[in-house]
Design a protein around this ligand. Sequence first.
Ligand code: CP3
Length: 343
Amino acid sequence: MAKLLLETLRGNPGEKVPFWFMRQAGRYLPEYREVRKTVPTFMDFCYDPAKATEVTLQPIRRYGMDGAILFADILVVPDGLGQKVWFETGLGPQLDPVATEASYSQLSLSGFHEKVGNVYETVSRLSAELPENTTLIGFAGAPWTVATYMIGGQGSKDHAAARQLGYSNPELFGKILNLLVDATAEYLCKQIEAGADVVQIFDSWSAALPETMFDRWVIEPTKAIVEKVRAKHSETPIIGFPRLAGALLKKYVLETGIDGVSLDTGVPLGWAADEIQTEVCVQGNLDPHLVVAGGEMMVSETNRILESLKGGAHIFNLGHGFVPETPPENVALLAETIKAFNR
Ligand code: CP3
């Protein structure tokens, strides 16, 4: 049986609109919380192939999405490069910051694949266990977004540490981005070799950068990764997600060479249909908070998105990930609404 999501990304949409949801595996599901309790740390969880496989499959069993996203985290890459990464309840991700030549020189690609190898094992188990019409989605963070954590040592609102290093020491900052380009391209290639059908590059923090820096920090590194992955795996579609890129979204699409783009909730759909969907497959963009509310407004907004984008290749998704307070029964209604729609 054909994989509807994969075919849609290749520019061959069918009668049905394929769907998956960012953070479809996660704390809103009681069965996820059960598994999560059995592992002491979040990074150990990401590196446990049996448990990561199980939680990837959980939402597929409940809702029958067309796409299953590998369970891991974008911070696996700095961990694989030798940076210390851990998660603290209430604080989120914590890293020993890389902000000097000395700390940068501790990082290396040499032990990377050994360190993160269990993630590839998860991908190959998923590839064997998923229903044959389900598309397996691998992923990585984009260099800019991952660098904001590596340099700042934690999540932040304005990414001050990364921006300031980018301006005050562009040479060191450039070295960090280049290392991330190399590591991320290899990481995605290994996921594809282990069985990923599609890969997505998350640039969650690409908002509100000056245009010059958006070119240098977002577009160029992403383009370099796309070229490196294509050189080895020309058949595997790549989805980009430059979240909140605003008016720079079209430039991102045209210059990076991605096959599909994930639209954040704020992207107007008439504009997306005219300017973006004519170039690549679009994915998106229901407000995740609408799924917390559920009900008629969620159903009508879902149908509006489906109608607005039915003229071309569209994968239904959220504009960002599910939040933990999402009621699972609202996700069931959302999935039924999408499945009932015909293009
Ligand atoms: O279902 C899926 O989407 C697949 C798995 C996945 C996770 N993280 C699991 C996770 C994916 C694709 C990610 C990507 C990710 N991680 C991004 C990019 C996408 C986005 O959300 O913008 C970013 C920025 C991160 C970094 C990260 N990981 C943060 C900031 C946090 C803590 C915030 C929080 O929700 O607590 C994480 C932890 C994390 N990654 C969880 C999950 C399910 C929750 C941790 C837990 O279960 O204890």
